[in-house]
Write a protein that binds this ligand. Structure first.
Ligand SMILES: [Zn+2]
Length: 321
């Protein structure tokens, strides 16, 4: 069951040290086993079974050796959590040990690990400084619990649904409907538009002051990723793209997306900004971006694919296609 772990790891890190945060967990999701309820229960009873607690989408973190560590108590030490009937979903096997996310009430106290009290923390505050596999595990746990929160009723008939298959399916409880619903991930494209020695960055009015990022947008029904890239760049800035190249993708559990990252080449034409989408946008050189902090500007947080690709471009690791 764990034989594919190494393969998953090498695929997800194929783009080297700048691999995206929240990807590359190397977890064995045991997808062939998790529909077996008896098997799931037997995993929960194993002494090495661990719980990944979430509360209001926040993750349990404690400090150890000067850095953040994810609190993952043994299931056997927190039986009272299980007895309370709070939602529990199987995540997979890490080095053969079963991991479950438990969705605690909003006011739940965080667990204590080795005498240290954990604190429920926004994943975005710690994602970039946690070990890669832990950040990935928490992203998965957060996205899965969010899906359960928003799919308590059947989208087809409106009846209540119930979690099945270790939390990887919700069954409509109406006998007439009996629809099965599976976890959703919404795709969004994110693209670094490059024109010679400039790249195109924009900002939305709701972002923190001065922050600029790559253009991005949701993929619409009946649209390819490539078409979504071209449409979004045209809609937001009036720039026709020339060529595009896929780079990498990133799970983005805020709340339930996957970001599909491209590099795009274009001509540095005047911008026609759609102010419903963007407060502003502009072409920037590498030196402009290096001097961002001197002009009250900033890039997105270090956990984002946008930050990593802009830095890759500034440092010459990626080129226009
Ligand atoms: Zn239904």
């Amino acid at each position: 069951m764990t034989g594919k772990q190494g393969m998953t790891d090498s695929i997800s890190r194929a783009d080297g040290p700048a691999a995206n945060i929240y990807a590359g967990g190397g977890l064995d999701r045991a997808s062939l086993w998790r529909s077996d309820d008896k098997w799931i229960l037997s995993q929960l009873d194993r002494p090495e079974a661990r719980l990944v607690p979430l509360s209001a989408g926040r993750v349990a973190i404690f400090q150890q050796g000067g850095g953040p560590v994810v609190a993952m108590p043994r299931a056997g030490d927190y039986r009272f959590w299980l007895r309370n009937g709070w939602p529990l979903h199987f995540l997979g096997l890490r080095d053969g040990s079963p991991l479950f996310v438990i969705d605690l009430p909003d006011d739940a106290p965080a667990p204590a690990i080795d005498g240290s009290d954990a604190q429920f923390t926004d994943l975005r505050e710690v994602g970039a400084i946690l070990p890669h596999p832990d950040a990935s595990l928490l992203a998965y746990a957060r996205a899965l619990t969010h899906w359960h929160h928003t799919h308590r009723f059947c989208g087809r008939c409106g009846s209540p649904t119930e979690s099945r298959q270790g939390g990887h399916m919700r069954q409509c409880l109406s006998a007439d409907c009996a629809a099965q619903h599976f976890p959703r991930t919404d795709p969004a494209v994110i693209m670094l538009v490059i024109a010679g020695d400039h790249c195109l960055l924009g900002r939305q009015a709701r972002w923190r002051p001065g922050m600029f990022s790559a253009l991005a947008g949701f993929v619409e029904p009946g649209e390819s990723f490539e078409e979504a890239v071209a449409r979004e760049v045209m809609e937001e800035t009036g720039i026709p793209i020339r060529h595009l190249r896929y780079h990498s993708s990133q799970p983005w559990p805020f709340p339930g997306n996957v970001m599909i990252g491209f590099h795009v080449s274009a001509d540095r034409s005047p911008l026609r900004i759609d102010h419903n989408e963007l407060e502003t946008a502009d072409w920037f050189t590498r030196d402009d971006i290096r001097a961002f902090d001197r002009h009250g500007r900033s890039l997105p947080n270090a956990d984002s694919i946008a930050r990593r690709r802009v830095e890759d471009w500034v440092e010459g690791r990626i080129q226009a296609p």
